[in-house]
Design a protein around this ligand. Structure first.
Ligand code: BES
Ligand code: MN
Ligand code: MN
Length: 462
């Protein structure tokens, strides 16, 4: 192990420069204008896997963006770790809120990252975290320290719902067969409080369209008598939560898994400073479901959020108009036992039923995904905990996360394996936001921790 760690520290600068190069390619999966760049990134990832020491690397085209697969099999009797990650990134908009261009990575110091952080779209989510695995693998190969078989599946559609990955996993289930899936695409509590994510929320995402009059109208001539779809939409959305911030869609909570008082007590032991939380967000109070702590509201409870809302005149100055249409994009984060498709149907039925006379409502479902819980009494969890203990000098805390990685539930269904979510980002790294960044400490700590995971996992599985 000492040799692996020495190789890592001897190659720090190169590891960083290679990541910077990868961050320069704008692999925005949501926007068709970047299709070529997404493909270029897949090629770059596949080349990095070959160079690191994979003996079989392939790019699999899909109906959307390609999937990169690589493997290094040393002995079929040894355990196999499947590393999953994504090389696609979120759109960088709004561009004018970035302090430096999103695809020109630069290193700057921040309060949370006194050693510096790489500022670029995808630095933390997930190119930086994915690339730690490629470099840790390279270090193990070069020092003859790889103790088991490794497979890599790096996709290019995570940020748009992994629409083609399910089919791929089913089609290539034999090639992908493994003992555990290892993912770094989540966060730790802080740089001196390591944690392992043991749950992810599911997702149901819809777009709604409210239509009133058959054209935009003069808001003076017609206003007062004709339903204004922008206002109707606001009323309808407002009615989706009551004063306790409980969601009012009938049946919404029917399947919600109830977390025991004991488990809730345990999860609230995790360090959390509400004042610091509010200060970092520039808010004076939080707003969430009554009866639950912030940690619970953002992990074990489902929720509903408006992600975008538009309609009418939004240009310069004032225009007096009663719009014909208004729209919103609404997401619901789901918890174990809730089913994404069922929740989407419940939303659709309810939203259509509350439309007042005078408007028409259309609900269009987008992608979705199921929640996942990853148990902490397995060899893979223990190996991850031991690895983090070794690298950070502290036992990690198990934490249920609020985000979603829909493919995790699918791995369990299709490949019949559990996942370990050993992420190294911070919640404050501004993923999906302007000025996304990833700490150098976190990048190197991840590369350092991963070989320990392989070591302990192989020991525990023998
Ligand atoms: N890496 C995130 C998920 C995440 C972030 C989990 C932080 C836990 C902590 C992932 O790339 C992501 O953004 N997922 C999407 C879902 C997807 C279907 C668009 C999400 O959570 O919004
Ligand atoms: Mn991600
Ligand atoms: Mn993401």
């Amino acid at each position: 192990m000492q040799e692996v760690q020495k190789f890592i520290s001897d190659n720090k600068d190169r590891f960083l420069n290679e990541l910077m190069d990868l961050l320069k390619i704008p692999s925005v999966s949501a926007d068709p204008r970047y299709k070529e760049d997404v493909a270029k990134t897949a090629t770059a990832v596949s080349e990095s896997l070959s160079k690191a020491g994979c003996d079989m690397v392939r790019i699999y085209p899909t109906e959307g963006h390609p999937i990169v697969y690589g493997e290094h099999m040393i002995n079929p009797d040894l355990p196999t770790v499947l590393v999953y990650g994504h090389y696609d990134v979120q759109p960088p908009d709004p561009l004018d809120l970035w302090d430096s261009p999103p695809f020109e990575p630069v290193i700057r110091k921040t309060d949370k990252h006194p050693q510096g952080a790489i500022f670029a779209r995808g630095s933390c989510d997930d190119k930086g975290q994915m690339y730690m695995h490629v470099k840790a693998f390279e270090a193990m190969i070069r020092t003859n320290a790889l103790p088991c078989n490794v497979k890599f599946m790096i996709e290019g559609e995570e940020e748009i719902g992994s629409g083609n990955l399910g089919t791929f996993c089913k089609q290539y289930s034999e090639m992908l067969s493994c003992d555990v899936v290892l993912i770094s695409d989540t966060s730790i509590i802080s740089n001196d409080t390591p944690s392992i994510t043991v749950g992810l929320r599911g997702l149901s995402y819809v777009e709604v369209e409210v239509t009133g009059p058959n054209k935009d109208l003069h808001s003076g001539v017609y206003g007062g008598a004709v339903a204004n779809p922008a206002q109707v939409l606001c009323d309808m959305i407002a009615s989706l939560k009551d004063e306790s911030k409980h969601i009012t869609i009938p049946g919404f909570y029917d399947d919600v898994a109830i977390v025991s008082g004991e488990d809730r007590k345990a999860m609230n032991q995790a360090p959390f400073d509400k004042d610091e939380y509010m200060k970092s967000l520039g808010i004076e109070e939080t707003m969430g479901e009554k009866g639950y702590t912030i940690l619970e509201q953002t992990s074990i409870r489902p929720t509903l959020e408006v992600n975008g809302i538009w309609g009418g005149y939004i240009g310069e100055g004032a225009k007096t108009v009663l719009p014909s249409k208004a729209f919103a994009k609404i997401s619901m984060r789901l918890v174990p036992n809730q089913q994404s498709d069922k929740i989407t149907q419940l939303f659709k039925k309810h939203f259509e039923s509350i439309a007042p006379a005078g408007v028409k409502v259309v609900v269009r479902p987008h992608h979705g995904g199921e929640a996942a819980v990853t148990p902490s009494d397995t060899p893979e969890y223990r190996a991850a905990a031991m690895a983090m203990k070794e690298a950070f000098g502290k036992d990690p805390i198990p934490v249920r996360g609020g985000g979603s990685i829909p493919i995790v539930a699918l791995f369990e269904e299709v490949l019949n394996v559990k996942t370990v979510l050993m992420g190294f980002g911070l919640d404050s790294d501004d993923i999906h936001s302007p000025n996304e960044h990833y700490g150098l400490f976190n990048y190197y700590k991840g590369i350092e921790t991963i070989p320990y995971f392989y070591k302990y996992y192989t020991q525990l599985k023998k």
